[in-house]
Design a protein around this ligand. Sequence first.
Ligand SMILES: Nc1ncnc2c1ncn2[C@@H]1O[C@H](COP(=O)(O)OP(=O)(O)OP(=O)(O)O)[C@@H](O)[C@H]1O
Ligand SMILES: [Mg+2]
Length: 261
Amino acid sequence: MILELKDIQLSFTNARKERFHLLSGVNLGVQEGEITALIGGNGAGKTTLFNIISGFQKDYTGQVLFKNTDLSKLAPFQISRCGIGRLFQGKQLMGSLTILENMLMASSDRTGEFPFSYLVYPRFLKAKESEKTELAVHILETLFGKGCKYVDMLHHPASELSYGEQRMIAIARLLMGENELLLLDEPTAGVNPVYNQTIARIISEMARDKNLTILMIEHNMHFVREVASKCAFLDEGKIAVYGETNAVIDNPAVRSSYLGL
Ligand SMILES: Nc1ncnc2c1ncn2[C@@H]1O[C@H](COP(=O)(O)OP(=O)(O)OP(=O)(O)O)[C@@H](O)[C@H]1O
Ligand SMILES: [Mg+2]
């Protein structure tokens, strides 16, 4: 297991001073190299679980183990340096920055470079930047083909791209860092079916060719069936059903309580 969630519990006190248990013992193991979908109703706690894994939410009990290391004491930037990349729900690119700048922003320096070396060694900065620019172009060409419009538009503001295109670039740039695990929060939300096909393809290719493990939250069950090999259904604070994707989506409890079928 590359990621293990062990008995994760999280509760809040509401305005009437009542305790509300959002997560009441989440157990989930994510197998290396696999694409796992996390499904569940609005407000079930899926994004909160991602916040716990990536270190933004700390007031939980239980354990988050990434390659057997406990992440509970680590800050978000340290967790991202461990090799966990994240696509946020709804967030897109920085519209005023160019496509290239958005790609470069995501490149992590896990090798422990001295952050001020750029000031002291401007030539080092130049070399590093051109290396990373090459990587950005390579990633875009690999995913979208040689001569793709994103390479032509490298120096254009990201705001010139449609929402769906920005979503795809936001996924593609997760390859800039040395990530091993990607947390994707609703990659297809607000994206039309044509782009869904491309997003399905790039996620599958990223997992297969880069040996990435992917945990993704998604409400589009066609997409989940196409992309994910495993599926976990979060309901009433627990992983209520887990297994092969088709079996989980066709499970009577999932169909009635989540899909309304
Ligand atoms: N700090 C907090 N205090 C009180 N309630 C909170 C807090 N953080 C989250 N919640 C509540 O917990 C619930 C879970 O939210 P979360 O964003 O994890 O859901 P989700 O499963 O991602 O839903 P969606 O599918 O709509 O994105 C929400 O109802 C939210 O309001
Ligand atoms: Mg959410």
